[in-house]
Design a protein around this ligand. Sequence first.
Ligand code: GTP
Ligand code: SPV
Ligand code: MN
Length: 582
Amino acid sequence: MNISQYQTWIDEIVALCKPSRVHLCDGSEEEYDRIAALMVKQHTLIPLKKRPSSFWCHSDPDDVARVEECTFICSEQKIDAGPTNNWCAPREMHERLKTLFSGCMQGRTMYVVPYCMGPIGSPYSKIGIEITDSPYVVLNMKIMTRMGMPILQGRSGGFVPGVHSVGVPLKPHQQDVPWPCNPKQRMIAHFPDESSIWSFGSGYGGNALLGKKCFALRIASVLARKEGWLAEHMLILGITNPQGQKKYMVAAFPSACGKTNLAMLTPTLPGWKVECVGDDIAWLHFGADGRLYAINPEAGYFGVAPGTSMKTNPNAMQTIRKNTLFTNVARTLDGDVWWEGIGQEAPPGLISWLGGPWDPKKGPAAHPNARFTAPSSQNPIYDPEAENPQGVPISAVIFGGRRGSVIPLIYESFHWQHGVFLGASVSSEMTAAAKGKIGTLRHDPFAMLPFCGYNMGDYFAHWLEMGKRSKGLPRIYYVNWFRKGADGQYLWPGFGENVRVLKWIFERTSNLASAEQSPIGYLPAALDLSGLDVDLREILRVDLADWQREVQELTSYFQLFKDRMPSALLEELRGLKQRLSL
Ligand code: GTP
Ligand code: SPV
Ligand code: MN
């Protein structure tokens, strides 16, 4: 195969990073097994007796989640990164990176990982090459993407270059540690004008698997705006009613707020079926018929382990029975995994995510952001259309966040512009998926706060523009599974019961279900609650005083975007304010 067009770049990186060896990844099973065996020998991976071809590992305690404070968008102009991103001038950042990456791979193998985001052969798929000195990253990329040299075959177009290093060069004969990383010098830099990514110092998740958040969201969102499509932090699901009619929906919730669970939902309503196209990222394009179509750029799940059980997400539990990597979960003596909320008592002799015997007084056995990496194809409800190169047609867009109060279980927007306002108004309590204070309420527009590669005000405008391009637009909804009652308990049982909300959305998009107009949007006139004991009035309650505060908060938040804030969304905000004061 012809790799000469990529060779110049690879040579440059070799000269800069000075690795001891270079390995071009072919993406084969044998290669995966060989690298995994090497990592077992180096004590980074531990094979799990109870799960075929599966491994356990734990990270450095200081490298457990995305680090937003070290994530930069290096556009030419600061204003184009916008007020919600860290910015650095491209030239200055390139200088810093040159220093950081100089000789950073000494004593290590440099892996060259070509990968395709999206189904092979789809006109919407895109190619990246990640250079990394982390074999852990290579294994994860093998599961999460279509990976290997063969995907470059016959390609002449561009690719998104990404360079990743754990940032720990080895001196001759120096013993490596199981999870090398360099937390003091972490840097995750994106160059939207050159579509390139540089990541240093972390080996974990979105910091290191460059195809995921760095490419498929931050770089792709910039490309999407230029090319007239959308790159979103969204799950994609198919849902079939008892009559056999099928629709597809996408949903954007912030990190660790329920995408994987909703994407794999096991319905509690008889006759309903949910199938999974994707659990984290959607690329959306208009089809020839004017409808919005979605592809999933990924090929695997990098899912939150804690809370996953046969009760909450049996499909995920099936998916991770084999060929799965587990990071920062607890390990049992008989070679299995365990985490809080797995549905069984902790067995004696548990090894915690820190690698030693678990002491419950010192915290949970699994880190709250512990993850499994597993192939989508192992999902028992993998949608038959998941690899359709054209994508699947979308009937509804759902936004949501983790809100203990104020936001009702479900409401519908009045129209596209109002729906874009709903997306822009998302706030959510912070979770362990990113370094930061868990539980703090923050604005997270479209669940894209950490992932938008350009000015968020321009991003809002792009969504509004997309709405002008078609008459076959999906309807837009807002959900909140996390509202709590006076007793501090969740008001809504969630998980499989969420199908009741999806049913209402499904029927609304067929103009079947009825709704009541409220100041914030349409609320269900009724939900199918058969066999469920919940206080629907309380879950759907719209408290005027609460919402007036919400409007005040949004008013000051939107000011952040100055003249990049689309007037159409300020108009929506005024409309909401007026409806609340009547
Ligand atoms: P990322 O992979 O970080 O983007 O997260 P995600 O949005 O896919 O979240 P995920 O589905 O993994 O859920 C995160 C946490 O929320 C888990 O601990 C779940 O158990 C919990 N969760 C998910 N859905 C629900 C729900 O409907 N109700 C409640 N109460 N908790 C939920
Ligand atoms: C998220 O934080 O939204 C994730 C996990 O999906 S990570 O890949 O680390 O970004
Ligand atoms: Mn995510």
